[in-house]
Write a protein that binds this ligand. Structure first.
Ligand code: FES
Length: 636
């Protein structure tokens, strides 16, 4: 037989193949979308699959595959789908790992979904009241509480002021049937005529230093109905956290101004999300907001001044609840905003949300969570012990301080590979539009691909002696990704020497932070069972490229999971579940904090981590292997 079958068991699909077809062809046939940035030329290394059974029916591992996959991976059955050709015979069982699934990547950008049992703080109940009669006059409030008691609600429920003002009219307008909105089963916050139980929404917000992301959720269904995001409007007042702190510290007026722009931005995002989902803003009854400690303080109108001064204490480390209307958020006037606790000066409610979403604190095995942003929070630990730190990694991974950097918008180069035979680049842009710039995931990919193909060396220096028209010096050495003739922006889009340095500084900050945490727990990289890579990148970051540049400890790739905006996921979980809020209080008390600047080995660790992937290659055995393979001769 020259025909055979490729079985994709997880999808319940089987494709028939004939000799010379690849696994990628098989996947296409049965409509399984595998990431294939280079279009099946064996160059991007993104189409990884695992052959579980029937490897003997495939042709042997090609040279291109052995350049993209480590020895351990090959031993485990990893192949590149585009290179693994069917030869003859029977049935081959293939698994598509999450990082190779296009759909999965898209979903992950918004953040992982961690299941929670739904028990939001706010819920609505339809209540039928018995009318008062002249013989037995009862107050409206009494009748309402009686009605609630009939619906199984405790009798100690109190009626809030807004609800009280709405109640008499709502009762008559609804002909003695009203919808009661309850908070924490304790307080009536709203009374509306008739049945509006279907309309109860909440807002989860992640205030990052560079980006604000808002998620509108249907609290009955527990589902996101719309999302909206925007750059943080505080950026003009100071790009990094410290300059924003110093701006806010100059006086009450400045603090109010920073608070005002953030609140206006959230109001706009809420409005946009409501419009997109056809929801009325007065049906939004609850909100959860997460952010680093400085964002947290400014949002609440608390001076962040002391957070930046040794010993960096936050004003509050437990959770807080404020009235939305007291701080100017335009939703239902009775709505509250819940803000989870902070760990320390620079590890805020966003990191707590990350920990909730990744469930590190519940796990027996050791995990590390790295939430990449202008400030990168790292949490290392398990159910026994968890410690955290914060590193000043700068905005490079979000496309900031990068010559042709941009946000992950249509036209942003998000994936890059380099053909090692002729040093020609290939890439994919967001929305498959003509290139306009490079976003965070694109720059990580680009630096990794340049390292792999020898365009840069371990010091990050571009080798201008290489024979390629793409490598040139214009002020500084650079590597051109897209000629101006190939794009609409009217200039060449390149990765410059300075861009590479920005990435080196950023990744060294992160890696040295991770190393110091590992030292504190006396653990080695190989003991880490799970690496969660988080961040509001806006696109999927390839974990393989991230380890290639040395951003996190070299562990087998299947232990690495890109979880997107995990802080946003944690905020959504806290919006949907009162238990999650309670456990966040407990969790935070168990998270230790390490001040990196105070660690005597920090400077040395940082300097060593500036090299690509690291000065000490024994810490990056997989990367070392791939680099050696690549440069060991010509390519077919
Ligand atoms: S599609 Fe297989 S390596 Fe690019």
């Amino acid at each position: 037989v020259t025909n055979g079958n490729i079985v994709f068991a997880e999808y319940g699909k089987t494709a028939q193949l004939s000799q010379g077809n690849s696994i990628l062809d098989a996947a296409k046939k049965v409509d399984i979308k595998i990431s294939a940035v280079c279009g099946g030329h064996g160059l991007c290394g993104k189409c990884r699959v695992v052959v579980k059974e029937g490897a003997q029916y495939l042709e042997g591992v090609s040279r291109l595959e052995s350049m993209s996959l480590s020895r351990e991976e090959l031993a485990e059955g990893y192949r590149l789908a585009c290179c693994a050709l069917f030869n003859r015979g029977g049935t081959t069982l293939v698994e598509v790992p999450p990082e190779s699934r296009v759909e999965q990547q898209r979903l992950l950008v918004a953040g992982i979904e961690t299941a929670v049992s739904k028990n939001p703080s706010v819920k609505k109940l339809l209540v039928h009241l018995s009318k008062s009669s002249l013989e037995n006059v009862k107050s409206d409030a009494e009748l309402l509480l009686e009605g609630l008691a009939q619906r199984g609600q405790p009798t100690f429920v109190r009626i809030g002021y807004e609800a009280l003002t709405q109640m008499p009219i709502a009762i008559r307008e609804g002909d003695w049937s009203v919808t009661v909105t309850l908070r924490d089963d304790q307080e009536v916050i709203c009374v509306e005529p008739g049945d509006t139980t279907k309309r109860v929404y909440g807002l989860a917000v992640d205030v990052g230093s560079t980006k604000i992301a808002a998620y509108l959720l249907d609290l009955n269904e527990g589902k996101v109905v719309a999302t909206a995001s925007a750059p943080n409007p505080q950026i003009p007042f100071g790009e990094d956290i410290i300059s924003r702190v110093s701006y806010a510290s100059k006086g009450e007026k400045n603090l109010k101004q920073l608070q005002g722009v953030v609140i206006a931005c959230i109001n706009k995002l809420l409005l946009d999300a409501c419009e997109a989902a056809g929801v009325n803003i007065s049906d939004v009854y609850d909100a959860v907001l997460v952010g680093n400690t400085v964002m947290h303080h400014i949002f609440l109108g608390i001076s962040p001044r002391f957070v930046a001064l040794s010993p960096y204490p936050p004003a509050i480390s437990s959770s807080t609840t404020v009235r939305a209307k007291d701080i100017g958020l335009k939703m239902n006037p009775a709505a509250n905003v819940y803000v989870p606790p902070n760990v320390a000066g620079f590890v805020g409610a966003d990191a707590v949300a990350d920990v909730l979403a990744t469930e590190i604190y519940k796990s027996k095995s050791l995990s590390i969570m790295i939430d990449v942003g202008t400030n990168t929070e790292i949490v290392l630990g398990n159910a026994q012990r968890t410690i955290s730190c914060s590193c000043a990694s700068g905005p490079a991974f979000e496309g900031g301080h990068i010559e042709f950097g941009m946000r992950a918008e249509p036209g942003a180069i998000e994936n890059v590979y380099v053909d090692p035979s002729n040093l020609e680049p290939g890439f994919k842009t967001v929305g498959d539009e003509r290139p306009r710039g490079v976003c965070g995931s694109g720059i990580v990919d680009a630096v990794a691909a340049m390292l792999k193909s020898g365009i840069i060396n371990k010091y990050g220096l571009i080798n201008t002696k290489l024979n390629s028209g793409r490598i040139r010096t214009q002020g500084v050495p650079q590597y051109v990704l897209s000629w101006k003739e190939e794009n609409d922006v009217g200039y060449d889009i390149a990765v410059t020497q300075r861009d590479v340095q920005e990435i080196q500084l950023a990744k060294a900050a992160i890696y040295s932070g991770a190393t110091i945490l590992m030292k504190h727990l006396s653990v080695e990289a190989r003991e880490i069972q799970k690496v969660f890579l988080a961040g509001a990148f806006g696109t999927y970051v390839d974990p393989q490229s991230a380890v290639m540049v040395g951003m996190y400890p070299d562990v087998p790739l299947e232990r690495v999971q890109f979880v997107g905006n995990a802080a946003g996921s944690g905020a959504r979980m806290a919006l949907l579940s009162r238990q999650v809020r309670e456990s966040s209080e407990r969790t935070v008390r168990g998270i230790g904090y390490v001040e990196l600047a105070a660690d005597p080995s920090f400077q040395r660790e940082f300097t060593e981590a500036l090299q690509l992937p690291h000065k000490d290659l024994t810490r990056f055995p997989t990367v070392a292997q791939l680099l050696n393979k690549d440069r060991s001769g010509s390519v077919d």
